[in-house]
Design a protein around this ligand. Structure first.
Ligand code: CTP
Length: 407
């Protein structure tokens, strides 16, 4: 949803500015580019060095910056991006926005902009309640500026509580995502509105004993990107995820599981859906009996015999299910040889509509990497897609799935 988006982050001068550092990380881990602008006040609380290092970008602070203004930098900052996010937004900044004051870079950008603005206010509860602020909030809202928060809770001032705390970074991220989705809805760009999409993602862990488990190299990046793309296309999304290092996509129902058996159960509970995409790398086997005690060396020098059982095949079970099979069922095939032949066989055997086949030989770097090269195998043929990053692969798969569903 935020992947590929360019966000100008204006940081104004409040103690909540420390949370903006985490906000930058959260936005970036979702694939957004963050271009920071700091007011003088903000620089009293956090440094441009920290902000720039986290954003991996130049930090803009000065309206009269000779270099940036050679090509009218403040106008470009105001126009060339997808969203202006102000976090924290002080009472003073809101008052200036209401009156069109443009006496520093941040306010000049805000006066010149024609892109959506999302503000996360942060101030003392008395300042928030003040009639002046409340009127300013009303004016800004009427002008189409979106607000997230403030939340209620404890203030930096000792012993004070009330409404005025800046929303947490993840809430701000969710508000930005919702804003992009609302805009897409207004433009009639939500092909999966009213649909339910279920996605499995990540590896499974199959315990051997209380301290060891069988795992694989799946990172969950492709499955999670699919969940975000489905949400961005307007769907209600259930993401059943094995153990991954990734953050939960916001606005998606995430069910975290460990084993294939747990994943099977979560998928059955999560269905029915219009589309199911099984992107998880489910372990094919589990231990016949999971040891309750740690397996010890017995001194013979021989490794223990690990007796294994086959796991339920989630994709195949759903593919052959008379009532739970979604209208469009998509599986993945991770192969190291005979890619298309194996993918076709899987399509038949598991009764899926499509198989997204990829070559996971170590040299391709696909397992765990950010890029993917896929072949879309369906009953009607095979399409070779060029190499793309996983977010782009996800957007295209979702767009194709929506076309297939909507006819
Ligand atoms: N899959 C599943 N449940 C399993 C194993 C696999 O739902 N127990 C799904 C995967 O999510 C993927 C597809 O089946 O969408 C293909 O998985 P893969 O491991 O490549 O295929 P296998 O059927 O296990 O065949 P093999 O390991 O022999 O290649």
């Amino acid at each position: 949803m935020l992947s590929g988006k360019e966000i100008v982050l204006i940081i104004s001068g409040g103690i909540a500015a420390y949370k903006s550092l985490d906000l930058i990380r959260r936005l970036k881990e979702r694939g957004a580019r963050v271009i920071p602008v700091m007011t003088n006040g903000a620089q009293e609380f956090i440094t441009p060095l920290a902000v720039g290092a986290l954003a991996a970008e130049n930090v803009f602070t000065d309206l009269f910056d000779r270099e940036a203004e050679q090509d009218v930098g403040h106008i470009r900052l105001a126009r060339d991006h997808d969203l202006i996010l102000i976090a924290p937004t002080t009472a003073n900044l809101m008052a200036k926005m209401v009156h069109g004051i443009a006496d520093d870079l941040a306010t000049a950008v805000l006066l010149a902009t024609d892109v959506p603005v999302l503000a996360a206010p942060a101030m003392n509860p008395k300042m928030w309640q003040n009639e002046a602020t409340q009127r300013n909030v009303k004016t800004l809202t009427e002008r189409g500026i979106a607000l997230v928060g403030p939340a209620s809770g404890e203030m930096a001032e000792r012993g004070e509580t009330g409404v005025g705390r800046m929303s947490e970074p993840l809430e701000i991220v969710a508000a930005a995502e919702a804003l992009f989705r609302d805009r897409a809805a207004r433009n009639g760009q939500l092909p999966l509105a009213g649909r339910h999409v279920l996605i499995t993602s990540g590896p499974t862990h199959e315990p051997i004993d209380p301290v060891r488990y069988i795992a694989n190299r799946s990172s969950g990046k492709q499955g999670h990107a699919l969940a975000e793309a489905a949400y961005a296309a307007g769907a209600r999304v259930t993401l059943v995820s094995g153990p991954v290092e990734l953050p939960d996509p916001s606005s998606v129902d995430v069910v975290r599981v460990e084993t294939a058996a747990e994943m099977m159960k979560a998928v059955e509970t999560g269905l029915p859906a219009d589309i199911a995409i099984m992107a998880a790398a489910v372990a094919d086997w589990r231990m016949a009996t999971e040891g309750t005690q740690k397996i010890k060396k017995d001194g013979s020098g021989k490794p223990p015999a690990l007796e294994m059982r086959e796991n339920p095949d989630i994709l195949s079970t759903i593919g052959h299910h008379v009532s739970l099979r979604p209208e469009l069922l998509i599986g993945f095939a991770a192969e190291t040889q005979d890619l298309v032949k194996n993918a076709r066989a899987k399509l038949e055997r598991k009764n899926t509509d499509w198989i997204i086949a990829n070559d996971v030989s170590p040299a391709t770097g696909i397992m765990g990497g950010d890029a993917n090269t896929i072949r879309l195998v369906s009953k009607s043929g095979v399409e070779d897609w060029p190499q793309m990053d996983k977010a782009e692969v996800a957007r295209r798969i979702i767009a194709r799935a929506a076309e297939a569903l909507n006819g």
